[in-house]
Ligand binder design. Sequence first.
Ligand code: MSP
Length: 656
Amino acid sequence: MAAIKKFYVTTPIYYATGAPHLGTLYSTVLADVAARWHKVCGDEVYFLTGTDEFGQKVAQAAHEAGKDPQTFVDSYIDAYKDLWKQYEIEYSQFMRTTNEFHVKAVQAWLRKLLEKGDVYKGAYEGWYCLPCETYITEKDFIPGTVNPACLSCERPTKWVSEPTYFFKLSAYQDKLLAFFQAHPDFIIPRERFAEVISFVKSGLQDISISRSTLTWGVPFPGDDAHVTYVWADALNNYITAIGYAQEDKKEQFAKWWPADMQVMGKDIVRFHAIYWPAFLIAAELPMPHHLLVHGWIKVGDHKMSKSRGNAINPHELLKNYGADAVRYYLLRQLAITQDGQFSVEDLEQKITSDLANDLGNLLNRMIILADKQGATTITVGVWQEEEQELHKKMVMMLEEVSKEMERGYFHIALAGVWKYVSAVNSYFHAREPWKLAKQDPARFMTVLSATAHSLYAIAYVLWPVMPHKMEELLHALGCTFELQGDKISQLKNQSWNKVFTVQKNDPLFQKPEPTNSLSPEAMPDCGPGPLDVAVGAAVSFEPQPTSADVSIEDVMKVELRAGTITACVRVSGSEKLLRMEVNFGDAGRRTIFSGIQKHYSPEQLIEKQAIFVFNLKPRKMMGEASCGMLLTAEDEQGRLAFIAPERPVPNGKVLK
Ligand code: MSP
C-alpha cells in the first residue's frame, strides 16, 4: 500500500480589525477546497487559518474604538469562527498571533537571527503605509502624489523616523534567485513569478523588523524599547502554529513543515515570496512547496473592500443562496490567474444554469423516472459501447480534474467537471430512457445505472467545493459520503459495479428569484428548457419549444462567409481595434475592423482563414467603413479565440 501523504495548507492570517468580508472568505475557501481535495485523495491534511492581531494598524483601530487592543481583537474572533463554520470551512487550527506560544517562538527565532548576525540595530527613515503595514520605497508610490500614496492600497503614507533592528535581506538576493530558478512552480500561477523575480533582481535592501514607537507587538528579545514589526511576527505563524521552537512539539513540527500550499492574494505576494523565504533560509528551515496567489475580487475597476464601500456582505449571500452555491461561484467565476468581477446577477444565473439545470435536474429526472417505473433499486447495467464511452469520458475527466485541482486551477477543474455533466446529460437524453422503460427494461436499467454511476463520481469530485450539497446528492443515490483511501484513484480504476437505491427528495438546488436590480437584458427569460424540471412537477421528457428559439428562416437571414485575412494593422489612436483586409474570393475583398487588439497581434492573423458575418450593415469606424464582423468566442480565462473552419474552404463560401 502506498504511504499516506501529508498536505499542509495555510491561509493568510486576517487583521483582527473587523469582521471577515468576501475577500478574506475567498482566500479561505480556496484553502478549504485544496484541503478537502487532498482529503478525498486520501492524504492526511492540516489546514491552518487565523488572525493577525499585533501591529500599529490594530493598535490604532482599537484606540479609535476606545478599547484596549486585546479586548478589541478578542471581539472579532467569533465573527471569523462563525462565518467560517457557516461556509463549511473545515480548519484544523485557528491561529491567533497573541497566543503565548507564538510570542515565545517568534522571540526564539529572533534570538537565532541576532546570534547569526542576520539582524542588527540601526535607524530607519522613510515612508510607511499603515493600511498595508509596510515600508514604502519610491518604486511603490503612485507617481505624482504629494504625500506619496501607496501603489497597493492607494492611500497616503506617513514619514517615520526611528531606531530599529534591521534584517539583512540584501544578503539573500542571490540565494533567493537561485531558489526561484530551481523551483519554477514555487509561485502559482507562474505569471505572478515574473514580478517577484524582477523585484528581487532590481536589488534588495535590508528591512526594518522592529518598531520603537509602538507597544502593541511581540516584545523584541533583549530590547524593551522595541516590539517586532508585524510582518516579521505574522509570517512566522505558519511555523509557530505547528510547533516551531516548542520543545514538546518537535515531532509535530517535523511532520508538517514545510507547507505544501500557502494561499494568499496578490497584494501580499511580496511578503510571502521574498521576506518569508529569506526568513526561513535565515532560520535554516526548508521552503514551502507552493504559494497559490489569487487575484482580487473587483467591483467595476476597484478592489472590493469595506473601506471603499463596495463590499458584498458574505452573510447576505449565505442567507439568499446558501454556502455551497457561493463557494461554487467564487471558484468557478474567479480564475486564479486573474482579478475577477463578483456580481449577484451573474451568481444567480450560474446557480440557475449550472447547478439547478445542468446538475440538479439531471439527478431529479433520473430519480423521478426510476420512481415512476418502480425501479428505485438500480442494479448494475449491461454495458454497451455507449456506456463504455461514457465511462472513458469519466476517467478522462477525473484525470484532468486531478491535475488542475492539484495545482490550484480550480476554475479549469470545474469547467472539466461541467463538460462531463453535459456529456452525461446528452447520454441520458439521447437514450430516451422514458421510452425504453416499456420497450426494453434491461436497457432502461443500464441507462439509469450509467447515469447514477456518473453522478456518484461527480459528487466525489465536487465534494471539496460543495460538501453539503454533494453529500445530499449521494444520499439521494442511497449512498453515504465517506473518506476512505484515495477515492479519486478508486473511481478511476474500478469498473461501474454499484447498486443504487434512489430516493425522491427536494430539488438539490433552488433557482433563485431574480434580484430586483436584475435587468431583463442580463438574464433573458427563455422559459423552461428541456432539462428544466423540478421534482413533483408534471414531467415531460420531450424537448419543449422555448420563446428563445428562432426559425430556420431567421437563421438564414445572417450570411456567414469564410474569408482569409490578407493584411492586418493596429489602428493608431485605438487601443482595441485591428484593421483587416479580408479576401472573400468571388465576393470580393473587404475592410473589416475588429476590437481584438488585446488578444491578437496583426502577425498572428495574417494568412488565417476565419468566419465573418458578411451582411452586417457597414459601420463607420475611425473614419472608415467596416463591412462585416469577425466571429470570436471567449475562453475560461477571458481570452478571445476567432472562429475558423475545421479545414480550409474556398474563400467567400457561404456557411449553411
Ligand atoms: N494580515 C495580513 C496577512 C498576513 S499573513 C502572514 C493581511 N490581512 S488582510 O486581513 O488584509 O487579508 C488578507 C487576505 O484577504 C489576502 O489574501 C487578500 O488578498 C484577501 N483580500 C482582501 N480583499 C480582497 C479582495 N477584494 N479580493 C480578493 N482577496 C482580497 O493582509
